[in-house]
Write a protein that binds this ligand. Structure first.
Ligand code: 0O2
Length: 213
């Protein structure tokens, strides 16, 4: 039992290293921007490692027998990074920069900004693979990065707390209220972007290639 626990903690440690690699890459961009530009596209970076219980719960939800191979191939968000940007254009700009890095492989992109979920959820999720250089050599590690604006993050945080409070049985008027609030937040993002563009005169950004939504 101890041997299995040790193996599992070594297994999870790799995800932590992968997460650290991605956070470092994003922090470098953020620091560079703070020196070079009057507006920093990255407002905030946070990260979390899924707990052992969280991993096992997700496997159970997906009806998959627990094994290291099953976790590796079916749980892509053990290492999770969240990047909050001021404007939607910043989201696409940073996604382009991080996915263009030579040692980063893009496994999938889900663009819930271009195509929001029916409840109004907006964010851009990218599953990346990054090499981690261990004593025995490099190993590829999967990391999920969620990119969103401050307004999207505000909404997602309240929605998450609401679902947690009501144990997923949220009264319909609250569900409707949240969906309406998501639309309001999206309109705020559009207005802020327009005003920002007028003040700073930045050109329209190139859009990230949407592989999946
Ligand atoms: P946590 O605690 O945030 O990690 P998957 O379940 O990942 O295999 P799925 O459901 O297609 O496949 O993944 P998707 O759509 O990429 O969404 C996964 C994560 O996005 C969620 O992780 C949330 O963090 C976030 N998310 C997705 N939809 C919503 C939503 O409607 N509201 C909020 N607040 N967050 C959302 P977890 O694992 O659910 O939880």
């Amino acid at each position: 039992m101890k041997a299995l626990r040790d193996e599992f903690s070594r297994f999870l440690q790799r995800y932590k290293f992968g997460m650290d690699e991605i956070v470092t890459k994003l922090s470098i961009l953020r620091e560079e921007f703070s020196e070079q530009e009057d507006h920093n596209p990255i407002e905030h970076i946070s990260c979390r490692l899924k707990s052992t219980d969280g991993v096992l719960e997700k496997l159970d939800r997906k009806g998959i027998e627990p094994s290291f191979d099953a976790i590796r191939s079916s749980i892509t968000d053990i290492a999770g990074v969240r990047v909050t940007c001021s404007f939607v254009s910043d989201v696409y700009r940073i996604v382009d920069m991080i996915t263009a890095q030579q040692d980063v492989r893009v496994l999938s992109i889900k663009d819930y900004i271009a195509r929001p979920k029916p409840n109004g959820y907006r964010s851009l999720h990218v599953i990346l693979e990054v090499p981690v250089f261990l004593s025995g050599g490099p190993v590829p590690v999967t990391v999920e990065v969620q990119f969103r604006t401050i307004a999207m993050d505000f909404w997602a945080s309240l929605e998450h707390k609401t679902y947690y409070k009501y144990d997923k049985q949220v009264p319909q008027h609250l569900v409707d209220g949240l969906t309406e609030a998501a639309e309001t937040a999206a309109r705020l993002d559009e207005t802020m972007e327009r005003l920002h563009r007028e003040v700073h005169g930045h050109p329209a950004p190139r859009r990230a290639q949407v592989l999946e939504a």
